[in-house]
Write a protein that binds this ligand. Structure first.
Ligand code: GDP
Ligand code: MG
Length: 794
């Protein structure tokens, strides 16, 4: 009986909750668990929703939802008692007896597992069906032998199995009647567990169907059949790892001999009872950012129809709908807002076509194969002799993921990208700086002297300039990153560093953001979105500030040049290396404090493609826009605040240095001075550090003002040349203090833009604050050590 069949006031015990994973999860969270008692509070014949009482509180379910729950009702239990042991019934104990009977019947009903066998033709489904159910269906070595579904029943491990042998299919699109038949069987009769039979000797093609079963979000066990053939070929497969990557247990079987079949059904029972969440977790095949955007958009719309998301996984529907699946089109056309969804699909399909230069359908197929490629690259090693058809992708991969060549090629590429970003980028940077300065003085000419002019010229225009100046760097960096991503190389790069990154609790995909961090922490933090694992992502974000960004570089150049004139490059290298080492150490520490979800994710390996100019431009520009939109405002506000703090209170006739010293920020600098005294800094350096909180770029210009060698030079423009500043620094700052200062600048509070980026990406102020506190502590401690070590050594 179904829960929806009960009348008002009737009681029942839940036997089983049917349906796809998302639906079951929701109901289980509400308390609809097998064995629980439920009472109908209100159920008028046409009324929807129906009100139930379960676990002492009231919940309404829609009729469609209640239809998915199998129950044993009081009346059923009574009938059963009357039939089976009529004479034993004692009137006084009736209530108790009925309850007991209901529970017993429900648990018995729950001990029936309906299992569907799906797989490619000729993968051994019928053989498996036969050994398991003991029946003797015809086994043939050509496709199409199984035309209809056959049902076999048997008992095993205390459970009754109803096993259905479905026709063999290569995929679950609605092209052939077999495919449609299998699909309807999975979505409409939702089996309790699906056994996906995979031919181990042809695993790549077979897993394609698996990716579609994963989309449907059904409880799945993978039978890795013909395992004998894989073994005899000498191939190796890391089965536990593959299970984790696919989110479903994989059981090797040889259905011709029956090897592995008991273990297979033991696993089916485990998945059915759901006691081991790691055994069967629901994963999403990552179709890449563009497709995922489209999928999400359609999925959200479909969610509005309640009956639809009761019956189907909306993600699955969205994917199929994007593929242009005729059967799903019919379902969606029947929705009251079907036309709306259709319009969105049109939009998305043309967007995909525009960006990826292929149809949505083939983009989805590609993404699924990229997923399979990635999963197999991590788990499967072919016996050397038989390397089948080598595609262009295989040949490129043979070089770029080669044991010896992979790292040199990778490092060379990184070097080139860095060179391009910072040397090429220098030109437009200079132009922008020049333009901003021109523009400032141009505007200044029109304004009368006074604080308003200073605010506009030194506060606003210079502030905007300090944001704009990094735009070329960011655009160039992103242009290269899009090139690597769209060509398919990025996936390989992440793949080859994955092992190293795992040692510190990170993921291969963390590597790219960390490299980008050397450019600017802000886009790097935004780039962590590609990391699926929450834990890896949080750790990556937390350690990213230690990657010394380009904004810190001028400070290091200044100080290294002043204090290590002969070994400036070495000093620079040491500072960068220190950042990396501390990042690694921090990762090792932080991983202990982040909730573990360290489940492996497949690193998709898409085929290589020549990237299109249009796509590169679009990705690059999108990132540039993001940078401007999100960060411009914070940096701008920040520089105005710093400007204000440094400008007021006004005193007539002061040199810029005296002005700074007596301004609010000067007082602030002196206020924090005691905390930084142990590091050997004087208050002028402290003020520099304070302005660096807004943007590290500001530190050098502040130091320029503070250490202005003589009143006249400083008064002219408020600026001094680097060499003058360097000699001024050498004469008033000790070497240990300079070393400590460099270390402190490397490690302390990233900058406001980074702070905001961390908050935005983690969604929590808590994380942003924690990262800042952590970096401050580390900066202080390490700078202190640096100070004393240097003092000891000289
Ligand atoms: P179906 O099309 O998926 O139902 O596949 P069948 O059960 O009809 O099997 C196809 C062929 O594969 C038959 O010749 C089987 O004998 C053979 N076969 C099935 N399972 C295995 C296995 O585990 N190992 C080997 N070597 N052959 C198998
Ligand atoms: Mg068959």
């Amino acid at each position: 009986m179904r829960l929806s069949d009960l009348h008002t006031g009737e009681k029942a015990v839940i036997a089983k909750v049917n349906g796809h994973g998302g639906f079951r999860k929701r109901l289980v969270e509400m308390g609809f668990i097998s064995g629980k008692h439920v009472t109908v509070v209100m159920n008028a014949p046409l009324k929807d929703p129906i009100e139930y009482e379960i676990l002492g509180y009231r919940i309404s379910l829609r009729r469609e939802e209640a239809r998915m729950i199998e129950v044993v009702s009081e009346s059923e239990a009574k009938e059963h008692i009357a039939r089976e042991h009529a004479q034993e019934v004692l009137v006084s104990d009736e209530e108790f007896l009925i309850n007991r009977e209901m529970s017993e019947l429900a648990s018995e009903k729950g001990r029936e597992i309906r299992v569907a066998l799906v797989g490619n033709p000729n993968c051994g489904k019928t053989s498996l069906f036969n050994v398991a159910s003991g029946s003797h269906e015809h086994v043939g070595n050509y496709s199409g032998v199984t035309v209809d579904a056959k049902e076999g029943r048997f008992e095993y491990g205390g459970y009754r199995f109803v096993l259905v042998d479905l026709p063999g299919t290569y995929s679950l699109s609605a092209y052939s009647p077999e495919e449609l038949y299998v699909r309807r069987n999975l979505t409409e009769n939702v089996p309790d567990v699906v056994i996906n039979v995979v031919d181990a000797s042809n695993i790549e093609r077979n897993l394609y169907l698996t990716t579609q079963v994963i989309d449907m979000n059904l409880r799945t066990v993978i039978a890795l059949n013909m395992y004998d053939e894989l073994r005899s070929k000498g191939d190796k497969l890391d089965i536990p790892q593959l299970s984790l990557l696919l989110g479903a247990p994989v059981c090797p079987t040889v259905s011709r001999s029956g090897e592995g079949i008991p273990e297979l059904f033991d696993t089916v029972i485990k998945v059915y009872t759901g006691n081991d969440p790691r055994l069967a977790r629901h994963i999403h095949i990552n179709h890449g950012p563009e497709l995922e955007k489209s999928i999400d958009r359609i999925k959200e719309m479909l969610w509005r129809d309640q009956d639809l998301h009761t019956r189907y996984s909306c993600r699955y529907l969205a994917i199929k709908y994007l593929e242009g699946d005729k059967d799903i089109e019919k379902i969606i056309a029947a929705l009251p807002f079907g036309a709306e969804v259709e319009a969105v699909r049109k939009e998305e399909v043309s967007r995909i076509k525009d960006i990826l230069q292929t149809s949505a359908e083939s983009a989805i197929v590609d993404a699924k194969y990229a997923f399979i490629q990635g999963a197999l690259a991590e788990t499967y090693s072919r016996h050397i002799e038989d390397r089948p058809r080598r595609t262009l992708t295989d040949r490129i991969d043979a070089i770029v993921t080669n044991k010896w060549l992979a790292f040199p090629i990778f490092i060379l590429l990184l070097y080139l990208i860095f060179q391009a970003t910072f040397t090429l980028g220098q030109y437009p940077m200079d132009w922008i700086e020049w333009l901003v300065a021109r523009f400032g003085s141009f505007i200044g000419d029109f304004m009368s002297d006074g604080w308003l002019k200073d605010l506009v010229v030194d506060g606003i225009i210079a502030g905007v300039g300090s944001v704009l100046v990094f735009l070329p760097n960011i655009l160039i960096l992103y242009c290269f990153i899009s090139l690597m991503e769209d060509s398919g190389y990025m996936a390989r790069a992440a793949f080859i560093v994955d092992k190293l990154m795992h040692r510190i609790g990170l993921h291969g995909k963390s590597f790219i953001p960390m490299v980008m961090g050397f450019g600017c922490n802000v886009p790097a933090i935004m780039a962590t979105r590609a990391i699926e694992s929450r834990k890896s992502r949080l750790i990556t974000i937390a350690i990213l500030p230690f990657m010394s960004c380009a904004g810190r570089l001028p400070i290091f150049v200044l100080l290294a040049g002043a204090f290590f004139p002969r070994h400036a490059a070495l000093a620079l290298l040491a500072i960068y290396a220190l950042g990396v080492v501390l990042a690694i150490l921090s990762a090792l520490v932080i991983r202990r404090f982040v909730r573990d979800d360290d489940l492996p994710f497949v690193m998709e390996l898409p085929p290589y493609r020549v990237p299109t100019g249009k796509a590169i431009w679009r990705h690059t520009w999108e990132k540039g826009k993001q940078y401007l939109e999100k960060m411009a405002t914070t940096i701008l506000i920040g520089s105005i605040v710093i400007w204000t703090l440094g400008y007021f209170p006004r005193h007539e006739g002061q040199t810029p240095r005296e002005q700074q010293e007596n301004s609010y920020i000067g007082h602030l600098g002196k206020a924090v001075a005691p905390a930084l005294d142990p590091l050997g800094f004087d208050w002028r350096m402290d003020i520099g550090l304070l302005t660096g909180v807004v943007a590290k770029e500001l530190v050098v210009s502040t130091l320029g003002v503070m250490y202005a060698p003589s009143a006249e030079t400083a008064q002219e423009e408020g600026e001094v040349s680097d060499t003058q500043l360097q000699s001024a620094l050498v004469s008033s700052v000790s070497l240990p203090a300079a070393v400590a200062f460099m270390i402190f600048v490397l490690l302390y509070f990233p900058c406001i833009a980074t702070f905001v980026a961390i908050k935005n990406e983690t969604g929590k102020w808590r994380w942003a604050i924690a990262v800042c506190a952590y970096t401050m502590v580390v900066a202080w401690v390490v700078a202190w050590i640096g100070f004393h070590l240097t003092a000891l050594l000289i």
